[in-house]
Ligand binder design. Structure first.
Ligand code: PNW
Length: 488
């Protein structure tokens, strides 16, 4: 009781960003209006059989027309930042082979100005999976080095038109997920898969995910060096990349399984962060893949010297990693050579690593938040970090009532416990500068369509009405308890 009057050190630093995250294809709608070109996801979702419920993002939550209403929701929660992505095909319908769509520029200008008017800082991704279909059709997008010129050109346009007001830029959202799902399992566009995976009919190379990744890394570097040489001095912002980060817990204390967990990080996340920060692929990838791993030329390395200002971390879940290099493994995710010879499993002796959820890949293991942040801090010399996504999904069960969805106490428990372990990592010295909840609203969940709800607000897909869930009210309270900004 005596402790109560003593001021505790703040758990989250002052100027900490609390926000929500979103992406253009999952939110905007207006997929073929106001001059927008078609994206790879427009084409993919319109193909029968690709999306679980046969839906698409044509309308999504129609944030294109509802942004002012959505900004009011953010303001009401007391958020000081909003993470969204720009639709490349809305700015450059034909990539660099056509004109800048001024209606697109105007739209994002209005969004950015309205955010700043409310004191909400825009945190902007240049790409979140969706790219102009034109680039696929012309030269196979990420499989061709030509894409580097397109990405550089697009980034330049965005810096030029928005950089006077946008101070946080993200080049790519989860390129590791895009490369794996687009070119190995084939479940995302362009639906290419390696011989030993999935059952799609196109693509048959173990190397395609590696080539796509290589071109993404070099595209990232091209955008960063453009920002640094042409804009950063005058605009004064910072630029980084967002990766999907899973905590891999060794399934036993054996050194074999510890090495397997290390390989899992290298083949999943460090695959992108090592080249960007150290100028080389992870040593484990080099050893296992040898000459199948693309090489960086001297010219590439020169461009890559630019590094990054921050690492964005999308963290949701943890898995066990079990060795498959020195031990025999059954088939499963992770076990192939191109994935690094580890078995990814949520179960140890039949017990899951965390509380299961209605989303098959999502296990509640909040300790993983502290561990992954600490891992990244140590490996990358405490580069500034942001938790750019963290959130909880529920099935859109047709038997549930709106009231059931609004009473989302499991989402509250999830976020509360993950934020606790984030605070712990920060108290031990991790330089984490913000937390973005996925997501402000229920939205289009990629191949799951509208069957999964991740929002702090419920969306009625008939009327597009937004209603705060218990988690929204809880998050508002949490922010006002923890934010030093709010009290000054
Ligand atoms: C993210 N995992 O993807 C995406 O950035 C969002 O667009 C998406 O809506 C959100 O998470 C929810 O699914 C993920 O393997 C991809 O742990 C992979 C994983 C988690 C999230």
């Amino acid at each position: 009781i005596a402790m109560k009057s003593k001021p505790q050190p703040p758990v989250f630093p002052s100027n900490f960003f609390f926000g929500t995250a979103s992406s253009s294809y999952q939110y905007e709608g207006a997929f073929s209006s106001y001059g927008k070109g078609l994206s790879n996801w427009d084409i993919f979702s319109h193909e029968a059989g690709n999306i679980l419920d046969g839906s698409n993002g044509d309308i999504a939550v129609d944030q294109y027309h509802h942004y002012l209403e959505d900004l009011d929701l953010m303001e009401d929660l007391g958020l000081n930042s909003y993470r969204f992505s720009i639709s490349w095909a809305r700015i450059l319908p034909k990539g660099r082979f056509g004109n800048v769509n001024m209606a697109g520029i105007k739209h994002y200008n209005k969004l950015i100005d309205a955010l700043l008017h409310k004191g909400i800082y825009p945190f902007v991704s240049l790409t979140h999976y969706d790219i102009p279909q034109e680039l696929e059709d012309r030269y196979g997008a990420w499989l061709s080095p030509k894409v580097q010129d397109d990405f550089r050109y697009y980034a330049d346009v965005c810096f030029k038109y928005f950089g006077d007001r946008v101070k946080y830029w993200v080049t790519f959202n989860e390129p590791n997920v895009a490369a794996i799902r687009g070119y190995r399992s084939g479940i995302y566009p362009p639906s290419r898969c390696s011989a030993s995976f999935g059952n799609c009919s196109t693509g048959d190379s173990l190397e395609e995910p590696l080539i796509a990744a290589h071109n993404i890394i070099l595209s990232h570097a091209a955008a960063v060096s453009t920002y640094q040489t042409k804009y950063q001095k005058t605009q004064g912002g910072s630029i980084g990349i967002v990766v999907n980060a899973i905590w891999f817990e060794p399934i036993s204390n054996s050194s074999k399984d510890k090495l397997a967990a290390e390989r899992a990080q290298s083949f999943y996340m460090n695959w992108f962060l090592d080249p960007i920060i150290f100028g080389r692929y992870p040593v484990e990838m080099q050893q296992i893949l040898g000459s199948q791993l693309p090489a960086f030329s001297r010219k590439d390395l020169n461009k890559m010297k630019s590094g990054i200002d921050f690492i964005g971390i999308n963290h949701y879940t943890s898995f066990y990693a079990k060795d498959c290099m020195y031990s025999q493994c059954e088939q499963g995710p992770g076990v192939s050579r191109s994935e690094g010879y580890y078995l990814r499993t949520a179960f140890k002796d039949g017990i899951p690593i965390g509380v299961t959820t209605e989303v098959d890949w999502l296990y509640v293991h909040p300790l993983g938040m502290e561990k992954i942040v600490t891992y990244i801090k140590e490996r990358y010399n405490n580069t500034p970090m942001f938790i750019t996504e963290n959130g909880y999904g529920e099935l859109n069960n047709p038997n549930s009532s709106v009231k059931d969805f609004l009473n989302d106490y499991r989402r509250v428990e999830y976020m509360n416990s993950y934020l606790d372990f984030l605070a712990l990592a920060i108290s031990k010295g991790a330089d984490v500068r913000g937390y973005f909840a996925w997501s402000l609203l229920d939205n289009f969940e990629w191949i799951s369509g509208y069957t999964v709800r991740f929002g702090l607000h419920h969306v009625d897909y008939g009327t597009l009405e937004r209603t705060p869930k218990i988690s929204a009210i809880w998050f508002k309270q949490f922010i006002s308890n923890h934010s030093n900004l709010a009290s000054t």
